[in-house]
Design a protein around this ligand. Structure first.
Ligand code: IMP
Ligand code: MG
Length: 181
């Protein structure tokens, strides 16, 4: 881990804090979606760590599916131009869909994803994001469930990457600017 840790400026949320928070979210979702058999749609690849922890704290029947989107533009700023690389396989007509995201930054990718999913006429769509970078928002989007708020820094770990690296860090940390500037 040292080769990854050295690129981190500061740890924002450590493993035990994350675990406690995800456990709370799992309990909240289990209550809100009781008898609703929701479909958790995980946005690849950043959402996988969050999904795999969160679903194990959910105590109700549920299904999971995956979507992969690519956003063009430079790597630390979202362009809002989104392309669907992998669609979900489950028919979500009349189902309760919960989109599982790593972080909501500008909100542009998520807005596109929600519009895309709503064309399938789900009964409801909700958003569950591990991190909410509120100050970077460019479009108003309602995050129904989130783990933590973060400032406008570039963060990695717990699924979040820079150039596909650092996803396996068990904590959320701020990446040193010299790594990406
Ligand atoms: P948005 O469309 O600007 O909301 O971008 C959301 C996507 O950008 C997330 O799903 C992440 O993949 C990526 N992203 C935004 N901010 C960060 C960050 O601080 N660290 C890592 N990835 C980020
Ligand atoms: Mg992402």
């Amino acid at each position: 881990m040292d080769k990854l840790n050295k690129d981190i400026n500061r740890v924002l949320y450590d493993q035990s804090r994350i675990e406690a928070r995800v456990r709370e979210l799992g309990a909240e979702l289990s209550k809100d979606f009781l008898d609703k058999n929701p479909v958790l749609v995980c946005i690849l690849r950043g959402g996988v760590v969050f999904l795999s922890d969160l679903m194990r704290y959910m105590t109700i029947p549920l299904e999971i599916d995956f979507m992969s989107v690519s956003s063009y533009g430079d790597s630390t700023v979202s362009s809002g131009i989104v392309q669907i690389r992998k669609d979900i396989d489950i028919d979500v007509t009349n189902r309760h869909v919960i989109v599982i995201e790593d972080i909501v930054d500008s909100g542009l990718s998520l807005q596109y994803i929600i519009d895309f999913l709503e064309k399938r006429n789900p009964k409801t769509t909700s958003i569950c994001a591990f991190l909410d970078k509120t100050s970077a928002r460019k479009v108003p989007i309602k995050i129904d469930y989130f783990g933590f708020e973060v400032e406008n820094d570039f963060v990695v770990g717990y699924g979040l990457d820079f150039a596909n690296k650092y996803r396996n860090l068990p904590y959320i940390g701020i990446l040193k600017e010299e790594i990406y500037k």
